[in-house]
Ligand binder design. Structure first.
Ligand code: CAA
Length: 384
């Protein structure tokens, strides 16, 4: 593995950093009001950050996964809510449609998804795998898709769907043949506004509060057969392969939160005095900062390794799981330490580190809990 970033990768990192610093403001207010960052996401699209790995022929930026990780970290450092909106569109939606879509599906859906816009309006996607009783156990899908002539009829409920109320396109996983279990799941492209498709309860959450997370209902929802993504029965494999890449995005989101925790803590430790000196001069604080920096670097290397393997078209399931497992763990830890370093100030909204902790926690849950990442890693060890 080469450790030098290319000029192009460094340029993308720099422009994402500048965008984050100049354009992603007011995260505290959005978090308080649970307000979706509409204008910011529109601008992400204009910068090419919503379809980073989509080929230019479909209006994407044609970049590699390493560039995506670098940009995701910078954006999430400013606001992890913006980070996950970007991550879902890039790695859970655009990747799958590009990899498995027909030329017609790519023309119709991938092109606007890669730009994040259509007719001057936001155009993003949502990944609909989880159900009330199928979270970690993703093969336990109860949403059904019954073939009826040139259509499939969808019935069921999906839960905890990121970008759920704002999306135009939904990748929905459903059982086409219950007997075949994992091999009986198929994936459908569902457009917003399709009769029988309803946006249900919007969740009130602990963190990433400016993302819209909701439940979705399907009641005799007729989907044309042209909207089947991949082959019938291929849905579980599509979901798992998509999540192999998605977990790299969430690891990068966690890196952003850990990096913000470290940066804020360093700044504060140089300003705050106690016992007659800056608190950074106390060994107790130095040890915390040194651990945070070491763990952040280790998590970053794991994440870049997974991204590099993906770019080389090598199997990366276990490496993505390791990156997400470790980066999410150290993000929670870094945010907790940041609060501790800030003392009483850390516990209040203004210093932002309390939001980092609330935002960090979800990285240990979505796109596969830490327990699921352990399963993926352990199975890889058993196979070796
Ligand atoms: N790539 C390709 N194929 C894969 C695969 C992968 N990474 N992982 C599994 N498969 C295949 C297997 O090879 C197997 O195929 P065969 O039967 O032909 O051998 C088939 O899929 C079934 O696999 P398993 O037997 O391993 O399935 P399992 O029931 O034991 O589940 C699991 C494995 C890893 C626990 C999986 O269910 C899982 O990842 N669960 C978590 C789901 C998840 O991450 N949900 C997140 C929701 S999305 C989200 O959070 C988005 C958001 O809004 C932010």
């Amino acid at each position: 593995m080469k450790f030098n970033l290319t000029e192009e990768q460094l340029m993308i990192q720099q422009s994402a950093r500048e965008f984050a610093e100049n354009e992603i403001k007011d995260a505290i207010e959005r978090d308080e009001k649970s307000e979706f960052p509409y204008e910011i996401v529109m601008k992400l699209g204009e910068l090419g950050l919503l379809g980073m790995m989509v080929p230019p022929e479909y209006d994407g930026a044609g970049m590699d996964t390493i560039s995506y990780v670098l940009a995701m970290e910078e954006i999430s450092k400013a606001d992890a809510s913006v980070g996950v909106i970007m991550s879902v569109n890039n790695s859970l939606i655009c990747w799958g449609v590009n990899e498995y879509g027909t030329p017609e599906q790519k023309e119709k859906y991938l092109r606007p998804l890669a730009k994040g816009q259509k007719d001057g309006k936001l155009y993003i996607g949502a990944f609909c795998l989880s159900e009330p009783n199928a979270g970690s156990d993703a093969t336990a899908q109860t949403t059904t898709a019954q073939k009826d002539g040139d259509h499939y009829i969808l019935n069921g409920t999906k839960n905890w769907i990121t970008n759920g109320t704002t999306s135009e396109v939904y990748l929905v996983f459903a059982m086409t043949n219950k007997e075949k279990k994992a091999h009986g799941i198929s994936c459908f492209i569902v457009e917003r506004g399709t009769p029988g498709f309803e946006i249900l309860k919007k969740e009130k959450k602990l963190g990433i509060r400016s993302t819209d997370t909701c439940s979705l209902g399907f009641s005799d929802c007729r989907i044309p057969k042209e909207n089947l993504l991949g082959a019938e029965g291929e849905g579980f494999k599509i979901a798992m392969k998509t999540l192999d890449g998605g977990r790299i995005g969430i690891a990068a989101q966690a890196l952003g939160i850990a990096a913000a925790s470290l940066e804020r803590s360093l700044r504060y430790a140089k300003e705050r005095h106690s016992f007659g000196k800056m608190i950074i001069e106390h060994q107790a604080i130095q040890m915390k900062l040194a651990d945070m920096a070491t763990e952040l670097d280790a998590a970053r290397l794991l994440t870049l390794q997974a991204a590099w393997l993906k770019d080389q078209h090598q199997r990366h399931s276990a490496q993505s799981a390791m990156a997400k497992l470790y980066a999410s763990r150290i993000a929670v830890k870094a945010a907790l330490e940041a609060i501790q370093i800030h003392g009483g100030y850390g516990y209040v909204q203004e210093y932002e580190v309390e939001r980092y902790l609330r935002d960090a926690k979800i990285t240990e849950i979505y796109e596969g809990t830490s327990e699921v990442q352990h399963i993926v890693i352990a199975r890889d060890l058993l196979r070796a």
